[in-house]
Design a protein around this ligand. Sequence first.
Ligand code: PLP
Length: 403
Amino acid sequence: MTALHQGRALEANGQRWKASLPGMSGFETRAIHVGQTPDKETGAVIPPLVLSTTFAQPEVGELPAGYDYGRAGTPTRTQLEQVIASLEGAKYGYAFASGQAAEDAVLRLLDPDAHILIPHDAYGGTFRLVDKIHAPHGLRYTPVELSDIEAVDGVWRDDTKLVWVETPTNPTLSIVDIAALAELAHQRGALLVVDNTFASPYLQRPMEFGADIVVHSLTKYMGGHSDTTGGFVALNDDALAQRTYFQQMAVGAILSPFDCYLVQRGIKTLAVRMERHCDNAEAIVELLSTHPAVGTVLYPGLESHPNHDVATKQMARYGGMVSFMLKAGEPAALNVVRNTKVFTLAESLGAVESLIEHPNRMTHASSAASPLEVSPALVRLSVGIESIGDLLADISQALDTAS
Ligand code: PLP
């Protein structure tokens, strides 16, 4: 692809993000309609899924719709990029093959020997990417409790260029004050990145609080049905957007048209799904909070949560993820995860079906023997949208096996 093409594609994308949609200011309306205008030729209400990897040029270098080759861009990917950028309140957005590919693209925006801060309880895959892929090439990192601004100040270095935030975090559901950290990072010339996977833009829009870049695993709430893997980078800065687009095109960790279609389909019901995830999670939290086998319940909606006030400030509701500690430790935690019937024992989260897992041995096994190691007494729930009576009965009977 020539520099001219890159420039054109970016310019075309930029114009698309800015396209105004009269009468479509509401979140739910945009989730359904942005990028989904009926097909001009056939009237199809759902735009056709374009699988083509190449696009006819009426004249050499002439690209009527701005597309030349599938890796560089496709109509179906543009549609998805438009809607997610719109929902996050961002100017630009880029869809990647997975959340990890999106994270990798963001880390590659830095000089290879930059220093970054990561959450002391970061998602295991994020830690592995930083520690095993980027650190051997020079990246330096410090894990720190990002909800403690003094601790952040204490580990800040002259070469700290980026703060990587997850809020709520996976799996301990700690909450970080996005606005406070954005202010600190900006005063010191660093970027603030927020992994918004756990909240989704329906519950939290980090850019409204000063974040520079938002990343997502689309595999979770955005797709919402455990049938597609994807990632996303949303941002506003023109130069960083150009470099992100260049990487997407040059490295090629792109989201396939069919996966784009699936995620776009999922996003149309994001708002109603998130409301139901939150309703069900709140009911489960109530049950866990009074159960004798359960120690601490980790949920930002609890007034006892150390950063409940911050969560209330920056989130619309508190989400569908719930973690809890078993008083009897790892054996009890393993019994619980083995004995649910409606909750499926599986990794991942954010889909319509309820999932249960043991982070220490499953999703966060890559953090073993590191400062990020997760307690073996911890169980994580991704509360789905099934009938709440069935979910409560299931957790209740599984907890009976804990003691
Ligand atoms: N960020 C968070 C918070 C996650 O939980 C995950 C996956 O579980 C990822 C990023 C990585 O996403 P993916 O599995 O789509 O690569």
